[in-house]
Design a protein around this ligand. Structure first.
Ligand SMILES: [Zn+2]
Length: 260
């Protein structure tokens, strides 16, 4: 509890209200690789589209090293994964897809990615942005750490007209994002009831045929059934996806962000 100037007591959550993901009208989903959005948030994305939200995808790397098959050429795999991304996005009702085509696994530069994402934020003008949580303990995939951090940074910087995008010129169309929703998070504060779109999540994941054969998909589903139940427990529905949602104003010098 905190005391305001007027003497009344307020909770931290009352002073800093969280943006409401379910009421978002335009959402930009930034993924490091072609299948991350569906794995982390496929059922929520489908639900938001159903509720009238315009969802736009931004895929940062081309996914060229996502295979255990030494015979497949990385360029060939990247082309296959582009098609799979488009097919999966179509299944969920995504309205547009941007591709930055950074090379998967090439230790992409956070600054370069941040400027490119800033360009897309200023063009799409989303109310909220969704991405992987770069603060996930034990996350060792460089692309995930870099993209999560670059996206959060871009959300903060896109509103500053003197922050340069990738073209180097000063843009006139600065844009303020209200909030960020991190998936694959260890600190969830928002649980979305996805009972109606749960199956669609796995149909969309299955569209990534180069990544999921039937056997593997079965295992993945078993894991997500457990997590979906765990996140929904005690909330009056059967399956949930979990997010850490923060107002963009809390992405800088805010010691309480982790507790919100
Ligand atoms: Zn990934």
């Amino acid at each position: 509890m905190l005391k305001t100037n007027g003497g009344e007591t307020m909770t931290l959550q009352e002073i800093i209200p969280l943006p409401k993901l379910e009421q978002c009208k335009r959402l930009l989903c930034v993924q490091p690789h072609p299948d991350d959005n569906e794995i982390g948030a496929g059922a929520t994305i489908a639900k938001l589209v159903h509720n009238g939200c315009e969802v736009v995808y931004l895929t940062v790397t081309d996914g060229r090293i996502g295979s255990n098959d030494p015979k497949i050429h990385p360029r060939q795999l990247a082309a296959i994964r582009r098609k799979e991304t488009e097919a999966s996005a179509r299944l969920l009702g995504v309205s547009a897809s941007f591709f930055l085509d950074f090379q998967d696994g090439s230790f992409i530069s956070e600054q370069a990615v941040c400027r490119k994402i800033t360009d897309v934020i200023r063009e799409v003008q989303p109310e909220m942005v969704m991405t992987v949580d770069p603060f996930l303990p034990y996350e060792t995939h460089y692309d995930h750490r870099t993209v999560g951090m670059a996206t959060a940074g871009a959300c903060m910087m896109a509103s500053l007209p003197h922050f340069q995008g990738s073209q180097g010129d000063l843009p006139a169309n600065s844009w303020s994002v209200a909030g960020v929703a991190f998936y694959n998070t260890a600190y969830p504060n928002t649980y979305i009831n996805v009972d109606e779109t749960w199956n669609l999540k796995f149909t969309a994941i299955a569209a990534h045929k180069s990544q999921f054969d039937e056997e593997y998909l079965k295992k993945v589903r078993m894991y997500f059934e457990l997590k979906g139940e765990e996140y929904a427990k005690g909330r009056g529905f059967d399956r949930a996806e979990a997010f850490k949602v923060l107002p963009v104003t809390c992405l800088h010098v805010n010691v309480d962000a982790i507790n919100l």
